[in-house]
Every structure is written in structure tokens, then in C-alpha cells.
Design a binder for this molecule. Structure first.
Ligand code: CU
Length: 128
């Protein structure tokens, strides 16, 4: 009986450690949050997923040497749904990003001239 309890404890610790390390390129940033790394010139991860209307807690982490920004477009590719401007090198900014209610794929980009073309583009997939 005692050994079973010890075993359970170890599995619980393992589960916590494993979940803390999960998320691949994204990385965890506290409860329910994720880190979106911004570099010269990329987003990491460059794919995000959310449920319709879900609010994502995201830390925008500019690890590059240039100023970057984060703009999420509607499915038309033009209407701005969310915008966070002027994130300086070394700066971390926490945002609450509400996913669109409509399932589909939405593009997020850095609109500093040349950056989107250089690869600062990602896709938010909204699915139930
Ligand atoms: Cu940029």
C-alpha cells in the first residue's frame, strides 16, 4: 500500500515536469500562456491554434536586434483584428489575443517594411 502511494507521487511529479516542458517550439509561460518568440526575421512558433473566441495569453518576446510588431489579420488578409506595435529588441510584452469566432486560418505578420517578406509571418488556425 505504501509503495503504491510513493509510485503515484512520482508519476504526478513526472507528469507536472513533462507538461511544463511541453509545447515544442512555443514553450510555456505560466498558466494557459505561451511564448511567441520574435526574431530577425521569424516568428517562433509560426503556427498557433485556438478554439473560436478563445482568449490566448501570449508573451511576445523580441529576441532579435530589430524592432518588431504583431498584427493579426482577418480572413480577408486586410482587416486588422489585433495589433501590437513597436516591440523593442529584448522587450517582452504580454497580450490577450481573442481568437475570431469563425473557424478558419488567419495570418499574423510583422508589418515593419520587409519583415513579412523576410519570413515574419505565421498562421493562426481557429477550429472548434
Ligand atoms: Cu519585424
Amino acid at each position: 500500500m505504501r509503495w503504491t502511494r510513493v509510485g503515484m507521487g512520482i508519476w504526478l511529479v513526472l507528469a507536472v515536469v513533462l507538461s511544463a516542458c511541453g509545447g515544442g517550439g512555443g514553450g510555456a509561460a505560466g498558466p494557459g500562456g505561451l511564448v511567441l518568440e520574435m526574431g530577425d526575421l521569424y516568428f517562433k512558433p509560426n503556427t498557433l491554434t485556438a478554439k473560436p473566441g478563445q482568449t490566448l495569453q501570449i508573451t511576445l518576446d523580441n529576441r532579435g536586434s530589430l524592432e518588431h510588431n504583431f498584427v493579426l489579420y482577418d480572413a480577408d488578409g486586410q482587416t486588422v483584428l489585433f495589433e501590437k506595435d513597436a516591440i523593442q529588441p529584448g522587450q517582452k510584452v504580454n497580450i490577450s489575443l481573442k481568437a475570431p469566432e469563425k473557424a478558419g486560418t488567419y495570418q499574423y505578420v510583422c508589418t515593419v517594411p520587409g519583415h513579412k517578406e523576410g519570413g515574419m509571418v505565421g498562421t493562426l488556425t481557429v477550429q472548434p
